[in-house]
Design a protein around this ligand. Structure first.
Ligand code: S3P
Length: 428
């Protein structure tokens, strides 16, 4: 992909696609609910297709009509063994969340990933699922493929999370649907709570007291209509583009504003960014609103601690904003970025350096010296969708033509990213 930064700005209303996390969960929960689940504004992307394929292979009827998905739920115990291994592609969310459902089935399953997913850590789900009585194995107890076998009895657990992870929390919550007794989860830091919200919406007995999540014997879930909000993580690239490209002014419509996702807004406001949220409403237990953004002169910031889990996917985009801010930005407590689709700390450091940014990698974060503009360069996505999109915004801030190799990986979460970007660009 060639991107030329020639004094462009962003204008108008922008609609990004449906939320990836909520799309995955709507297929998973719809499949094990009773009756029909209708999903509006579902994200059709490579990651969510992987989830659909897994459940189709386990006998769930999932169809699409006029852009709307219909899932004929089979109930908690109605899944059938797949005739072939379940292929999760690049999607950590698919593999980690499905494991929590498969651990409660009376058949064995094998979960496979692509080259990137096969290098991602799974002990984080293996450990709690085993504590519940589950039979699950990976290579060296850590890497896919995962083998999951039926067990006589699963028991609820009281689990103190060693890391902040919505995927681990969700795997435990799904396993608890098949367990005897109460499960209580104590989070290290608050992470996106889409699973809790959707399970409650589908009828599960789930509560939160003093930041502990409790779930008790769930007999059945009931199919529902789900409206998937637009994806905040996809909106983030447009937010950063509008803040950094002079004269920009945009409105992002109907974006999901789950508290576990919007840490970036808080940080960007602290950096001096003009951001206003309006038109708030709620759909199936999720807050949704419009986000107005205007070009702003940004200043550096220090980011770390509990807020990190609510902006974990947005750090590559935040690094681009920091590259153009006044002063030195420090991002800490973000070691989880090393275990994403690629090592995102290393990838963003390597690529932004090519653009002339003074950026160093810490054990758990980044130090970034802001500059007036970025140098055009030949960049690489490291086959990671979020790196590709962040670098595209960096390239728009370059004085000349940049090339982004392996940019097709945007299809993992945002097919149509480049078209949406070009449609909202105005060249002067
Ligand atoms: C996700 C949770 C996050 C996030 C990922 C999607 C989810 O991962 O990075 O893109 O849908 O639950 P962790 O739970 O590993 O932090």
């Amino acid at each position: 992909m060639i991107i030329e930064g020639r004094n462009a700005c962003l204008k108008g209303e922008i609609v990004v696609p449906g939320d990836k996390s909520i799309s995955h969960r709507s297929i998973m929960i719809g499949s094990i609910a009773e009756g029909i689940t209708e999903i509006d504004n579902f994200l059709f992307s490579e990651d969510t297709w992987a989830t659909i394929d897994c459940f189709k292979n386990m006998g769930v009827n999932i169809t699409s009509k006029n852009g709307m998905i219909e899932v004929k739920g089979v109930g908690l115990n109605g899944l059938k063994p797949s005739q072939k291994p379940l292929y999760c592609g690049n999607s950590g969310t698919t593999m980690r969340l499905i494991s929590g459902i498969l651990i409660g089935q009376d058949f064995s399953s094998t979960l496979l990933g692509d080259d990137s997913l096969n290098k991602r850590p799974m002990k984080r789900i293996i450990e709690p699922l085993r504590k519940m009585g589950g039979l699950i194995e990976g290579i060296k107890d850590e890497y896919p493929p995962l083998q999951i076998h039926p067990t006589q009895i699963l028991s609820g657990i009281h689990y103190q999370m060693p890391i902040s992870s919505a995927q681990v929390k969700s795997a435990i919550l799904f396993a608890s649907l098949y367990s005897k007794g109460e499960t209580a989860i104590v989070e290290k830091a608050f992470s996106r709570d889409h699973t809790e919200r959707m399970l409650e919406y589908f009828g599960a007995n789930i509560n939160k007291k003093d930041s502990i999540i409790f779930i008790n014997d769930v007999q059945r879930l009931e199919g529902k209509r789900v409206f998937v909000p637009n994806d905040f993580s996809s909106a983030a690239y447009f937010i950063i583009a509008a803040l950094t490209l002079k004269n920009s002014q945009i409105k992002l419509k109907d974006v999901g504003l789950n508290d576990g996702r919007i840490g970036l807004l808080k940080v960007l406001k602290k950096m001096g960014g003009y951001i206003e949220v309006e038109n708030l409403k709620s759909f199936n237990n999720e807050l949704v609103g419009d986000i107005n953004v205007r070009y702003s002169k940004l200043k550096a910031v220090e980011v770390g601690g509990d807020i990190i889990s609510s902006l974990i996917d947005e750090i590559p985009a935040l690094a681009v904003a920091a590259s153009l801010a006044d002063g030195t930005t420090v991002i800490r407590n973000a070691e989880e970025l090393k275990y994403k689709e690629t090592n995102r700390l290393k990838a963003i450091r390597t690529e932004l350096r090519k653009m002339g940014v003074g950026i160093d990698e810490l054990d758990d974060g980044l130090i970034i010296e802001g500059r007036e503009s970025l140098k055009p360069a030949i960049l690489d996505s490291h086959m990671d969708h979020r790196i590709a999109m962040a670098l595209s915004i960096a390239a728009l801030n370059g004085k000349g033509k940049s090339q982004i190799n392996n940019a097709d990986c945007v299809n993992i979460s945002f097919p149509g990213f480049y078209q949406t970007l070009y449609n909202s660009l105005i060249f002067s």
